[in-house]
Design a protein around this ligand. Structure first.
Ligand SMILES: Cc1cc2ncn([C@H]3O[C@H](COP(=O)(O)O)[C@@H](O)[C@H]3O)c2cc1C
Ligand SMILES: O=C(O)c1cccnc1
Length: 343
């Protein structure tokens, strides 16, 4: 077992003043700790994006219409989305799994890309403002879709995975889960998502407050039912993916606010899942920092103001992950370079 102290000692033997590579050393330490080696690997790697729609969008909690979800699915798979571009530039394979959009099955259309999978559990979640968003059975099926993707990544020899999401309205269930599972106060847990104005934000706050009040008493009685009542299909799939990836010994790079809601669910269902994670960034969504803290994670990129999702923050960390692995595996030690004691 490589302890953090062992890894720090190893880093301090490399030809540089101790700690002089700053956060890059923290990243290297985390990578070595997760992979339990001084020769960590960052390739091959893959990002899996889960897409779904949300009945709660009908409440006016988002400034975008739901059909943008499936238009973006097409855009992601055909290479024009921010996630597609960053996946290409960082040499990260990309998969898009439709776990429940309102849109059509695009398999025939997008088949030659081999990146798109239609695995719809249902056409969108129900409106969580009027009742449970998902039944426990639907929630479990979405979890299984995510888990299958983690198993597939492991079978394919992938070493590092990231996951992201696309789903208009999904910052509302993410806020509910952040309040419910991380104990974040409602004022902090609810933000502007994909650009809500003041009126949309006010409606979103009311909806989240009511849904969380209904779910909270059920937490101790039926955990899955409480979570399912305010979840979304892509968030459940993210949770299943994280649990499966951690079980398979993969290194997980965690994206923003919505992905972190999936991580909160994963950690609750399978305590310890977050120990396989590296948090890429702190999203501009106000509740993200507290959600990460609840998972015991410190974001690597803290001042980038990302608020997109789609796995873009995780992808942005990939070059730094490569750099972190390279310093540990390739730098000379004081001994090998013949440089005298530096204590
Ligand atoms: C064009 C576009 C691309 C996106 N890519 C990710 N999101 C992000 O914004 C959505 C959540 O915000 P809200 O809850 O306010 O709707 C999700 O789809 C999330 O992935 C996007 C949003 C839009 C509009
Ligand atoms: O941080 C995120 O994941 C995020 C923030 C705003 C909108 N969509 C996603």
């Amino acid at each position: 077992m490589l302890t953090p102290a062992d890894i720090r000692r190893h880093l301090d033997h490399l030809t540089k003043p101790a700690g002089s590579l700053g956060r890059l050393e923290d990243l290297a330490l985390r990578l070595c700790a997760i992979q339990q080696t001084f020769t960590p690997q960052t390739r091959p790697r893959r990002i899996v994006l889960f897409a779904a729609d949300h009945g709660v969008a009908a409440e006016g909690v988002t400034s975008w219409p739901s059909d943008v979800t499936h238009l973006m699915v097409r855009n992601i798979v055909t290479g024009g989305a921010a996630s597609s571009v960053l996946a290409r530039t960082t040499e990260t394979g990309l998969r898009l799994i439709d776990v429940g959009t309102f849109g059509p099955d695009l398999t025939t259309d997008l088949d030659p890309t081999n990146q798109y999978v239609c695995a719809k559990v249902r056409h969108g979640s129900r409106n969580l403002a009027v009742g449970p968003a998902l039944t426990v059975e639907e929630f479990d099926r979405a979890l299984a879709v995510g888990r299958e993707q983690a198993d597939a990544a492991s079978r394919d020899g992938i070493r590092v995975v990231a996951a992201g999401e696309m789903g208009i309205g999904n910052s509302t269930p993410a806020s509910c889960l952040t309040a419910l599972l991380a104990g974040v106060p409602l004022e902090t847990a609810v933000g502007r998502g994909a650009g809500a104005d003041d009126a949309v934000l006010a409606r979103k706050r009311d909806v989240v407050a009511l849904a969380v009040a209904a779910a909270r008493p059920r937490l101790g009685v039926d955990l899955r039912a409480a979570i399912a009542s305010v979840a979304g299909l892509e968030i459940a799939a993210l949770a299943g993916f994280f649990v499966g990836a951690a079980d398979a010994g993969l290194t997980i790079v965690l994206d923003g606010f919505i992905a972190t809601a999936g991580a909160l669910v994963a950690e609750r269902l399978r305590p310890g899942t977050a120990t396989a994670m590296i948090a890429a960034h702190r999203s501009a969504e106000p509740g993200h920092a507290a959600a990460l803290a609840a998972l015991g994670l410190t974001p690597m990129l803290d001042t980038w103001n990302l608020r997109l999702g789609e796995g873009t923050g995780a992808l942005l960390l990939m070059p730094l992950l490569d750099a972190a692995a390279a310093i540990v595996t390739q730098m000379a030690t004081f001994d090998s370079a013949g440089i005298a004691a530096h204590e």
